[in-house]
Design a protein around this ligand. Structure first.
Ligand code: ADP
Length: 880
């Protein structure tokens, strides 16, 4: 038999590879003593992403193994970097005491953390949800979706026709899970549309409707899905998505996700859902440049004080209300909160003390909470109790806030227990003892007393031995290996008495034991060990207490979120002078002196308020014209935003507003405004417009900004024209529509189409300059003032002059060649010729004069001979 001389794996690497093969999609952090190590590809990734030095094992051999490791106590820092980079991490621990292990210490993966299921506070943005989305595209049925936030336990599902992108845009999704059999081309398409999204593949079986259903039944320990509104077979897509994401989370944390205590079916009918494009166009969460903060609607209207309230606001803006009773309840709640400022301010001052209870409680339930954070839970629950006491004050007994808080359980006792048991200066982690307060447990107090007594005994012993030996530098020390010792520097070794037993030799000193020291050490260590055990036990009891009440804490958090949002709406209404809208079931949108909630805050001059009347009948389609920079986009968006804010339950930037509830708000912006997105913009523009035209209903609000301008003038005009007719078609849904366009020809439709009304942005011309008045009035704008705007933008005067010349020529040609457009029953010319700038530059002055002369020629009054003479003259002029 020949002996193999090839490279051999050590038992440890064999164990590593074995475990790694069970987690091929994750970066495996392999615990070895005080380090987490990574090998092979994982080591390279860790080094690149987290900046850890890459070394190698057996560096001098022919087959070195790449290696990178991080100290176990700073694991959180590295986890954060890995998860932020979209990497899923499997944590493999030593699952037996190395001292007891026979041979190789046993290791096992104890938890897998994916970017979308992370819970640690440094990984999840408190102002926003942190969702993992399961997506079940329907074949003959609706698409199912489920959103699970592992950091809060928030869990909801639904079904509708929506693209994956739009769901991700609408909710704060960090990770998507889909069936592993999803074809790779589809995944590539999603990935390129959403480069920062983590798309994970999950076992197909988890998406099997029966399996998914069983997952939910097992988790909630129920016999059917009725309680969640999912028992009906036509809710299968939603239930399937919910089961799949729940199973996914369970498979990662390798235990039941205790923080998930409820599941809600979100019905499409009672929500005003904004699609992805509309969220972007209205800059609800991000500006056009993709930035959060200033310029986004949420930034300018958010006055919430708790993370829960802020997350509810986020949800409300993506999915506002459509139920009139609910909307009116919110509006009247804000109204009365505004009447009583001291009451409101008192409640808000209490809200400030409520931390992110939802996330803290979820962390407690998943066993990932430290003592100081647990104390925060206690403070939050105490503040909640104060809120419950303060809200029903005076005449507010019937206020919606009081109703909401009455659904919250009483946590006074729980909060007292927590605050009484956790010490005031509790550390962040249980690794440091002393987090349980004195006086909680007699035995713990006793152990502490013993340990303290022994420590003062040690101090006395040190003093005594110094005196006895005459070694003034003799000192008592401690280390984990040798326990307590006396340390004597080499200089004084000759003075060491006989009963000192040498234990350790250092360069400059020696360390000794004595029987008395040994005795004190045993007493101290035993007492400390006992105390540690007791502290952990008491801490665990508290965790169990919280976990047992987690369901009611979740309910409490939902109610706190509503209280906070309502008072936040009141606050922003007062600060920004918003009015209470009158929401009703008419189709009328009537706004007096409306403003754009974001633009008005960013301007360094006054915002000009404007009225709007749009209804399903006489003012059904508003066609808005005006020069660039006149304020068209601002006006369009302000109409949409006022409607949205009202239906989100808040007040609106206007003097008064009557709002017939909208079921959808659609907005599309013409291609050239969207160039930043770098897509084939005209195609996108048309496909999105097609989507609106298919989905809109009588109750929808459709906002179109310069649709059609992504193609040649004639194409664009024809499309804009046909779309306007379609919106206005008496046989169609006739949604309320506002259309800004630079195709002035469209304004002609006012005479032809009932319900179409022209509006224009007013401007004044003064000494060749243009003044934007930003006020919207009836009528059409006759000029586009492009050259005036270009002058404002600083184009050189020579360019402007030349443009003016070209414009004059164009106007001549325009008047003759561009056919007057007519409604659909009269056909547009086939292959119309419109001069473009290139052709125009060919017209010399003489040619233009010739054209002008031809234009003025009256053929009725000229003889054939004179006509010949005239032609000859013109020809000569041109040849010159
Ligand atoms: P358009 O879409 O017609 O090109 P915008 O709506 O983009 O014009 O508005 C251009 C600028 O005019 C805005 O950035 C803002 O500074 C200002 N503006 C718009 N509407 C108003 C208004 N109602 N009051 C004051 N300034 C306005």
């Amino acid at each position: 038999m020949s002996k193999s001389n090839g490279p051999k794996l050590t038992p440890m690497l064999t164990q590593y590879l074995d475990i790694k093969s069970q987690h091929p999609g994750s970066l495996l952090l392999f615990r070895m003593g005080d380090f987490y190590e990574t090998f092979f590809e994982d080591a390279k990734v860790l080094s690149e992403v987290a900046g850890v030095t890459l070394t190698s094992r057996d560096a001098r051999s022919d087959h070195p193994v790449p290696l990178a490791g991080v100290p176990y106590h700073s694991i959180d820092t590295y986890l954060t970097r890995l998860l932020r980079a979209g990497i899923t991490v499997a944590i493999c621990e030593q699952v037996e005491d190395p001292a007891q292990a026979k041979g190789l210490v046993k290791r096992a993966v104890v938890e897998v953390i994916s970017p979308g299921t992370a819970t640690a506070p440094e990984l999840v943005d408190s102002a926003s949800g942190h969702f993992c989305l399961a997506w079940v595209p329907g074949k003959n049925e609706l698409d199912g979706w489920a959103l699970l936030d592992a950091s809060t336990g928030e869990f909801r599902c639904g079904q509708e026709q929506a693209t994956l992108e739009s769901l991700c845009q609408r909710h704060a999704v960090r990770e998507v899970i889909v069936r592993e059999s999803t074809d790779s081309a589809t995944i590539r398409t999603w990935q390129s549309a959403m480069p920062h999204m983590v798309i994970s593949l999950a076992n197909d079986a988890w998406f099997h409707p029966a399996f998914a259903r069983q997952t939910i039944l097992d988790h909630f320990e129920v016999a059917n899905l009725t309680a969640f509104g999912l028992e009906d077979s036509d809710r299968t897509p939603a239930a399937t998505a919910a089961g799949a994401v729940l199973r996914y989370l369970g498979s990662l944390i390798l235990k039941k996700p205790a923080q998930v205590t409820s599941l809600r079916f979100a019905s499409r009918a009672d929500r005003l859902v904004l699609d992805e494009e509309t969220l972007r166009n209205l800059e609800i969460f991000r500006t056009f440049r993709g930035e959060t903060g200033e310029g986004s609607l949420i930034h300018h209207i958010d006055e919430t004080l708790t993370a829960m309230g802020r997350r509810l606001l986020e949800q409300r803006l993506a999915e506002a209300l459509t139920n009139l009773d609910q909307i009116n309840l919110w509006h009247s709640g804000i109204d009365s909160a505004l009447q009583d400022r001291p009451w409101r301010e008192n409640l808000r001052s209490i809200l400030r003390k409520i931390g992110d209870l939802e996330r803290l409680a979820a962390r407690a339930a998943s066993g990932r909470i430290g003592p100081s954070a647990l104390r925060q839970v206690g403070f939050s629950l105490t503040a909640l109790h104060s809120l419950q006491v303060a809200a029903p004050e005076k005449e507010h007994q019937r206020h919606p806030i009081v109703g909401w808080l009455s659904e919250v359980a009483d946590f006074e006792e729980l909060s007292e227990i927590i605050l009484q048991r956790i010490s005031e200066d509790a550390p962040a982690t249980v690794r440091k003892p002393g987090f349980i307060a004195d006086g909680v447990h007699p035995e713990l107090d006793q152990c502490r007393a013993i340990s303290n007594d022994s420590k003062s005994f040690l101090a006395g012993l040190q003093k005594q031995e110094r005196e006895r030996t005459g070694i003034s530098t003799l000192k008592v020390g401690f280390n984990r290996v040798f326990g307590y010792y006396f340390e004597v520097t080499k200089k004084h070794l000759d003075k060491v008495p006989d009963n000192f037993e040498q234990k350790q030799t250092l360069v400059n000193a020696c360390r000794f034991h004595t029987p008395e020291l040994k005795q004190a050490e045993t007493t101290i260590l035993e007492a400390e060990e006992k105390a540690d055990g007791l502290e952990t036990e008491i801490f665990q009891e508290l965790i169990t207490l919280i976990t047992n009440q987690l369901g009611s804490i979740h309910v409490a958090c939902q109610q706190i979120a509503k209280v906070d949002l309502l008072l936040g709406f009141a606050e922003s209404a007062e600060k920004n002078q918003y009015c209470r809208p009158d929401c009703n079931d008419s189709l009328e949108l009537s706004i007096k002196a409306g403003r754009h909630p974001v633009v008005e805050q960013l301007l360094d001059h006054d915002f000009i308020a404007n009225d709007t009347l749009c209804d399903g009948t006489d003012h059904q389609v508003l066609v808005l014209t005006g020069p660039n920079m006149g304020g068209k986009s601002t006006y369009l968006r302000q109409v949409a935003l006022i409607t949205l804010m009202a239906q989100a339950g808040g007040f609106v930037p206007a003097q008064s507003a009557s709002i017939g509830i909208a079921d959808r708000i659609f907005t599309r912006v013409g291609a050239s405004d969207n160039l930043a997105r770098g897509e084939s913009t005209f195609y996108m523009e048309m496909s999105e417009t097609a989507n609106i035209l298919h989905q809109m209903s009588r109750r929808s609000l459709v906002i179109l900004d310069e649709i059609g301008r992504g193609t040649s003038t004639y194409d664009g005009l024809s499309l804009a024209w046909a779309i306007t007719e379609f919106l206005n078609n008496p046989a169609g849904p006739r949604p309320r529509s506002v259309f800004a366009t630079h195709y002035h020809q469209l304004t002609e439709l006012e005479n032809e189409l009932p319900g179409l009304v022209n509006l224009r942005l007013e401007v004044k011309e003064w000494e060749g300059k243009i003044i934007f008045l930003h006020s919207v009035g009836p009528g059409r704008s006759d000029k586009s003032y492009g050259i005036h705007v270009a002058r404002l933008a600083g184009l050189p005067e020579t360019v402007l002059q030349r443009a003016q010349d070209i414009l004059s020529s164009l106007s001549v040609v325009d008047q003759r060649d561009l056919p007057a457009l007519r409604p659909a029953d009269r056909e547009l010319p086939i292959n119309p010729v419109i001069p473009n700038a290139g052709q125009l530059s060919l017209f010399r002055e003489a040619e233009r004069d010739a054209l002008d002369a031809l234009h003025d020629l009256d053929l009725e009054k000229i003889s054939p001979m004179d006509a010949f003479m005239w032609l000859a003259k013109i020809k000569k002029q041109m040849d010159d």
